[in-house]
Design a binder for this molecule. Sequence first.
Ligand SMILES: NC(=O)c1ccc[n+]([C@@H]2O[C@H](COP(=O)([O-])OP(=O)(O)OC[C@H]3O[C@@H](n4cnc5c(N)ncnc54)[C@H](O)[C@@H]3O)[C@@H](O)[C@H]2O)c1
Length: 462
Amino acid sequence: MKPMVRNSSNLIQDRKVVKKIKDGELKIAIYGLGHVGAPLAAVWLRAGAHVIGVDSSKNVLAEARKGRTVIPEPNVNEAFRNGIDTERFKLYDDPVKASRDSYFKMICVPVLSHNQELSADLRAVSDVATMIGKGLKKNDIVSLNPSVPPGTTEDIVIPIIERESGLSVKSDFCMIYNPERIYEGRAIADIENNYPAILSSLGPNSAQLAYTIYSLIFKKGVLILKSIRTAEAEKLFEGVYRDVNIALANELAKFCEVAGIDFWQARDAANSQPYCHIHKAGIGVGGACIPVYPQFVLDVANKMNVLCEVTNISRSINDGMPSYCVRQAIKLLKFSDLPKSKVTILGLAFRGDVSDTRLSPTYVVITELQKFGIKNIRIHDPFVSNDPNLLKYYNVSLTSDLKKAVKDSDLIILSTDHQEYKKLGKKLIGNIPVYDGRGLLDRNLVNKTKILTIGQGDIKIT
Ligand SMILES: NC(=O)c1ccc[n+]([C@@H]2O[C@H](COP(=O)([O-])OP(=O)(O)OC[C@H]3O[C@@H](n4cnc5c(N)ncnc54)[C@H](O)[C@@H]3O)[C@@H](O)[C@H]2O)c1
């Protein structure tokens, strides 16, 4: 990592840039106001900056103009409202004008394709780079924030911006790669307090500028990496690490089930030693990040004929979990009764206490149940109120009424670790058997004889 050398001329320039950002002379444009862009816009507003929000969705812009984000995230609405009241937050539907009117442009659009293939789809990033390039001025700064395959900034984004602007990154503008490292549900805290910013840059005096600007909001500091490719890889490694470790936990949990061992107790005990960090086993890995980033690494590795075997096999293990868990869960039903059984799935979001359903394993759980001829499936989620795809593609219903969801059910499958489900008690579920695919429930609180928990082998089913 390149340490920043702070001398007096650095400090004078820092103060000038910070003053100009706070005065609104240097504006910040954020392209894409979703899970990442909305909290980032909020953080810059909280730091006193003047922010231009850009989004291709009319609904996202309309809501933002009313001071609301479409992605629920603590403290974002408050920052949006304050920004609008103080005239520091403007929403543009013209991305080229946004580039002309701003000094610092942050690209926060998605790279996951709409058909949910896990390979990178760089169309939105390329579109935004084109628009930014058309409005780019000498000395402007552009930052790419999504997680991308290594090489994307230098091989794709910079050439587009140079072509459209007629300017060169070597002498005219600054290009930064800064991967967002937020955890949904605590995005603002993550940016402002929890992690240092990781970045790498190209362009005249770019490391100094990047350091100055990012230091304004990242209290944990700024780590400058030597190359943009390294910074791009860093973010993917965070996802690969999680995926591989979850796969290990899943493998151990399956072993425990057969060997009559309690995975959760063994895990807690093992993790009391400081070099052991066994992750949680679970019914599947979802979301727009963890299942996707290993694939970005594998795609680049395949092109270069490099084997990434652990990454590859971990993906297969985790992808196989919904099917494995459904096979376990239906052991709680009589095989001959399967087609007429009513099954309730608790949780549609890909993980606990968020509303994000992207690549949620629950969709695979539904498909796997349907393969066994089970048609009567109800989904409950306290955070997701609407999902048109559920009825259209899966023909199942969604409710946020827990009592209604479990009424007359033959089997409950806990798919998402929403904390609310911890309160499930005998009163609500009576004698309905439960498959706990997250190891969340206290088996003494629910019906002890009819609960099957992932990773627990000492099951006695009556
Ligand atoms: N979700 C997370 O927690 C998270 C965490 C870290 C990194 N990331 C990365 O950030 C990227 C963005 O993810 P997200 O979760 O914010 O996506 P998102 O789908 O929540 O939001 C993207 C926003 O961009 C808008 N958009 C799409 N195309 C556009 C275009 N051409 N011009 C302007 N706006 C456009 C969409 O309307 C949407 O509002 C991801 O690809 C991922 O790599 C996400």
